[in-house]
Ligand binder design. Sequence first.
Ligand SMILES: Nc1ncnc2c1ncn2[C@@H]1O[C@H](COP(=O)(O)OP(=O)(O)OP(=O)(O)O)[C@@H](O)[C@H]1O
Length: 302
Amino acid sequence: MNPRTAEIRPGQGATPSIVVSGVTVRYANGVTAVNDASFALGPGTICALVGVNGSGKSTIFKTLMGFLKPAQGLVSIAGMEVRAALKRGLVAYVPQAEEVDWTFPVLVDDVVMMGRYGHMGFMRMPRKADREAAELALERVNMLEFRRRQIGELSGGQRKRVFLARALAQGGQVILLDEPFTGVDVKTEDQIVGLMRELRAEGRLMLVSTHNLGSIPDFCDQVVIVNKTVLAAGPTETTFTQDNLQRAFGGALRHFRLEGASLHADADQRRVTVITDDERPLVFYGDRDHEKPAAGRKDGQP
Ligand SMILES: Nc1ncnc2c1ncn2[C@@H]1O[C@H](COP(=O)(O)OP(=O)(O)OP(=O)(O)O)[C@@H](O)[C@H]1O
């Protein structure tokens, strides 16, 4: 491990873990977004959180971030209550782009420094260690040269990297990433995945909500599949299966039959092959927006 990375890890001593046990979350308007959900994750893990729109992924994140309190059940992070884990700076959050006001005039440096607030005193005066940690974090995501830019003046992928840098500067041991690949190009996605692999090797735990089904077998060792509850959770090989995806995406994939074996193939191209009812193979290249027909119909027709 890079010896400098050790300098910005305040959560040392706490083993990163997430335990969600029988959790039900209800919004003020009475909507039960998540009902009796359970899963458990340990250190050195990248876990995908997968489900259709409205299935409860963001609700789970908000609960892990302490923004929502479960009506029932227990959540613990690193063996402690959410509030205690947050207070110790153990949990870092990389938000969805839509959650951020990009017109707010703030520099890249300032965003990353926010990750250091928990390390600073009441007056929030950055010290040398804070400035070094922020710089190191920006270096790690290849954004150091942009440090004096307003965040509103960055591309989607660059913004994601800045928020990742904030999580790194904070030293979060449990990192929650809400749709980190939406609106980023393939190169940036590869950089983010590469960084996540490094963080996993350091023992950190990452929970990543994503619609990029194709890339999941490539970099996630665990998968949690949700639809208003946890439908399945466990190692990718045994959980990211045709049956479970069918249960979760039943509506969306109604016309498709997944080729189970191909879910695990083609790590380089991050490819998932889907055969439609009319036997037309479709290939997902990581991002469902890039979903495109493969080389014609199986029967050779154009
Ligand atoms: N503030 C809110 N008040 C009431 N209901 C809400 C609120 N936020 C979300 N919901 C409802 O809770 C359910 C779960 O929503 P959630 O945002 O967690 O889904 P999601 O899986 O993150 O969706 P997406 O993939 O579209 O981001 C949905 O039925 C949604 O309409």
